[in-house]
Design a protein. Structure first.
Lengths: 503, 387
């Protein structure tokens, strides 16, 4: 396939967005549309056997699929049953070894944008890149076979949240996604934190670029230093003080980025056209005195090495192990996870020095994980993707799908504050109506650019009950199959049902 | 587990805040003219509101005649006007200024979203609405906020082609949720409750108290729907309605005179329609910045700084135009002398929009701690807008 040049791509991408927006406008009221998208969407190939789950309750296979992926598709239960849950977890923990040609095909029209030189992203129109990032993210969540990796990318995107509407983040967030989140999602927490600290988008979003001390009377900007400890590492009650915030801010003074206009922070623009957003250290803007962070002395004169000391100190702090472990357990076990589980994962963090794979392996082996089957409320993004996967939908992931996510308040990369989208169910329960309407629209083929092959799906799976079990991860209960039969076609009903809101 | 609440239970306080954003930078000096300032007439030889045409307010200020529909609210003491209102940034870019104002400064996320999160972190499905195709930035980060242009969207099968809604779908869906025993069942009940309340609204019903909305005006239609939601007790905490088109560089009168009519008639109808319910409702009218004091050669005005904001509703200490304040108590219009003007000749910003919003949010349940989070990195000096 011809590699699309960046310029062609940005133009085409923007065009496609304008086109889909125009189509969307013209089709409100659902007078059309699927045909206009035909040929663009991809669909997972269904492999035999497609034996549906046979258990009356969610079995360990369905449980693993519910939590490690954005939801099982037809045939996934049979595949994981055959290989065993343990092997599936190991497979998912090594995403590089998983072929992903379908996902590559689904996202091919967006080219290789993220790996172009960062400065060149600035050629794009201000509103062009974030929607493309959203679309690629949704396509990957639906079609990638590296499901756990995509789940973890979502997790870290919340943990290191950046709202692209702030300043230059509209150009720099896509690179943050590639080089911070996706590079380290299953790697080392410590490395990810360091990459995030030096990410142009993060330097913009939390004002690190403006954290300079050029004159004795200049005060450091504490925004990033505070969030580094409050949200990224120790947690709000993790034992740091205001003094620690100020000291960390001093350590990080001088790390800045080349801005489009020199607003005083970036110093001289060496090459304004190609050096946009290049991260560099300004010794003249660094506070090179001695510091004391969380009880550790940092001697004067370390210059840019202060950063490494700070990363070392905060990631070695027991509160960080606990905070990250709690968050992982809240994602994979329950909103309020058992203390025993958090302690076990925190211990895996400490012994492995923050290896994410080690923590996840420990977490998935916990009895508390096994005991939490079917009890978590899906966030809207998870719900939408799981419905598309369960029905083996073909979708271009264009504007019409995002309209539902927008209504549910869960557009990827649209959360404004650095704490990321909330994990707990309480925040999301008011979204039921739009879930139900999404279920109705999907089952009735009324989402532009998205279609399901209902008859083929049922024929391949074999029976109503089989299709129901595929959606639910277990055999339907009497009242579920009763409702299905009474309605005639209960696909929408089952996608809207309480069981499908959970995982 | 924290107890969940229902619409039916948590409406001990039925206050609703309505934010009307005049997009495009409305000319405060035409909306609320300093008639008694001779310099005003000198700067605006062709565009100044003439003394004889204006709706006299207090012997000095006058409303543009097209805002006459607001006169009863003024006379009843329900309308307070703040002049020289705006933000601290001198960007004069619509996009940047709107974003800054909706975010409450160079923050990400909207001030109204932060307010709603502080007020009710686990809200019902209709606690915040925007009568718009998409959510405005001020609502970003709200725990539940629905954008729709018409009630028809807020229906089971609405928005997605309800015509194919299988019969009995709703019945069976409800049954399945009733079998649940936790907060999910309660959330479903809330949702069906909201649907029932919205469904019971006859969108063609005659407004109350003889109020009349212009059928063809989308702004009036938006306000009408907000009034219907308030009267139906759906649990509405906040609503956003926009009125755009105020960017009057060229032939200002032809651009904004119709807008002023829509604004005032829509608000007047809303107030009349709500009647006694206005006691628990506050309407704030704001714009991203004002316009240059001197008119330009194209019968228009260019981007400026200070404009006017309106606060209308129950408890408002109205019948006043606040301009340059001393000690938050005494207001004085200093006169538009050239040395007073800001930058290229703009009305200065005497009153930061946050100091106008803060007392409004206090009335709607935000305490000092919440205000600090809603407007971070800003030293609030709330104006005395409420009695």
């Amino acid at each position: 396939m011809k590699k699309t040049s960046r310029r062609e791509f940005v133009a085409a991408g923007a065009g496609a967005i304008a086109l889909s927006a125009a189509i969307f406008k013209s089709t409100q009221g659902w007078l059309t549309t699927v045909g206009q998208y035909a040929g663009y969407g991809v669909e997972r190939t269904l492999h035999e056997p497609m034996t549906p789950p046979a258990g009356a309750e969610i079995d360990p296979v369905s449980h693993a699929l519910n939590r490690l992926t954005f939801g099982p598709g037809p045939g996934d239960h049979a595949r994981v049953s055959a290989m065993g849950v343990k092997a599936f977890i190991e497979e998912q923990l090594a995403p590089d070894a998983i072929g992903d040609s379908l996902c590559d095909r689904a996202t091919a029209r967006f080219g290789d944008l993220w790996n172009e030189p960062l400065g060149e992203q600035y050629d794009a129109e201000p509103e062009a890149l974030p929607p493309i990032l959203r679309q690629v993210t949704l396509l990957r969540a639906i079609y990638s076979e590296r499901q756990l990796f995509e789940v973890m990318c979502e997790f870290w995107s919340d943990h290191f949240n950046i709202d692209p509407t702030k300043g230059d983040c509209r150009w720099t967030k896509p690179t943050d996604d590639a080089q911070v989140i996706r590079t380290h999602a299953l790697g080392s927490f410590r490395e990810m934190l360091r990459a995030s600290a030096l990410s142009p988008a993060m330097l913009w979003y939390l004002d690190g670029r403006a954290n300079v001390k050029r004159k004795p009377e200049e005060k450091p900007n504490e925004n990033y230093a505070r969030e580094l400890m409050e949200l990224h590492t120790l947690g709000v009650h993790g034992g740091y003080t205001q003094q620690d915030v100020m000291e960390v801010a001093r350590c990080l003074t001088g790390w800045t980025i080349r801005a489009r206009k020199d607003d005083g922070y970036a110093g001289t623009l060496l090459s304004p056209l190609t050096d946009h957003a290049a991260v560099f250290f300004r010794p003249d803007a660094h506070d090179n005195g001695a510091k004391r962070v969380l009880g550790h002395e940092i001697p004067a004169g370390l210059g840019e090495k202060d950063l490494d000391r700070v990363i070392e100190i905060v990631t070695s702090h027991p509160s960080t192990a606990h905070f990250v472990a709690h968050k992982l357990c809240a994602r994979f076990i329950a909103d309020e996870p058992p203390q025993s589980a958090v302690d076990a994962v925190a211990s895996a963090f400490s012994t492995s020095k923050g290896e994410i794979r080690t923590m996840l392996r420990a977490l998935f082996a916990l009895p508390e994980f096994a005991a939490s089957r079917g009890a978590k409320f899906k966030r809207p993004f998870h719900f939408v993707v799981s419905a598309l996967r369960a029905t083996n939908a073909s979708t271009t992931a264009d504007r019409p799908v995002f309209t539902y996510l927008e209504r549910m308040g869960h557009m990827p990369f649209r959360w404004p504050t650095p704490d990321g989208y909330p994990a707990a169910a309480a925040h999301w329960r008011a979204t039921l109506l739009w879930r139900w309407n999404f279920a109705l629209a999907l089952a009735n083929d009324r989402i532009g650019g998205t279609s399901i092959r209902r008859a083929q799906l049922q024929a391949r799976i074999g029976s109503d009950t089989g299709l129901m079990a595929t959606l639910l991860g277990r055999q339907p209960r009497a009242e579920e199959s009763d409702a299905w039969l009474k309605i005639g076609d209960g696909l929408a009903l089952l996608l809207a049902s309480p069981a499908f809101q959970r995982c | 587990m924290i107890a969940e609440t229902h619409i039916s239970e948590n409406r001990d306080d039925k206050r609703t805040l309505v934010v009307v954003f005049l997009r495009g930078a409305a000319d405060g000096l035409t909306l609320v003219a300093p008639l008694g300032d001779d310099n005003y007439h000198r700067f605006r030889p062709r565009l100044a509101v003439k003394r004889d045409d204006a709706v006299k307010l207090d012997g000095f200020f006058g409303l543009h005649a097209n805002l006459r529909a607001l006169e009863p609210a003024w006379k009843d003491g329900d309308l307070c006007i703040v002049h020289g209102a705006g933000g601290e940034s001198d960007t004069r870019s619509h996009f940047e200024a709107q974003e800054l104002m909706e975010h409450g400064g160079p923050n990400s996320g909207g001030w109204l979203g932060r307010f709603l999160r502080a007020r009710n972190p686990s809200p019902n499905p209709l606690s915040a609405v925007a009568l718009a195709p998409t959510l405005p930035e001020m609502l970003s980060g709200a725990p539940a906020a629905a954008a729709f242009e018409s009630f028809d969207d807020f229906a089971l099968g609405g928005f997605s082609g309800g015509k194919r809604l299988p019969p009995a779908f709703s019945l069976h869906l409800r049954r399945l949720y009733e079998l649940e025993t936790d907060a999910l069942r309660d959330a479903a009940r809330d949702t069906f409750d909201a649907l029932a309340r919205i469904g019971a609204i006859d969108s063609h019903a005659v407004p109350d108290n003889g109020a009349s909305y212009d059928e063809r005006d989308s702004f009036a239609h938006g306000l009408r729907q907000v009034a219907q939601l308030i009267k139906a007790d759906v649990g509405l905490d906040a609503a956003s309605v926009d009125l755009g088109g105020w960017d009057s560089h060229f032939t200002q009168k032809t651009l904004i005179e119709p807008l002023m009519l829509r604004l005032s008639r829509g608000l007047a109808a809303f107030r009349q329609d709500l009647g006694a319910r206005m006691a628990t409702t506050t309407v704030v009218v704001m714009t991203e910045f004002g316009r240059r004091v001197a008119e330009n050669s194209a019968f228009g005005t260019d981007h400026g700084r200070g404009s006017a904001m309106f606060v209308l509703g129950g408890g408002v200490k109205g019948g006043r135009v606040l301009s340059q304040m001393s000690d938050l108590a005494i207001s004085k219009w200093p006169g538009l002398t050239p040395e007073l003007l800001d930058g290229p000749g703009d009305l200065p910003v005497w009153n930061n929009y946050r100091d106008i919003l803060a007392p409004v949010l206090t009335r709607h349940g935000a305490n000092a701690d919440a205000l600090g989070k809603i407007f971070p990195d800003f030293s609030l000096k709330p104006l005395p807008l409420f009695a």
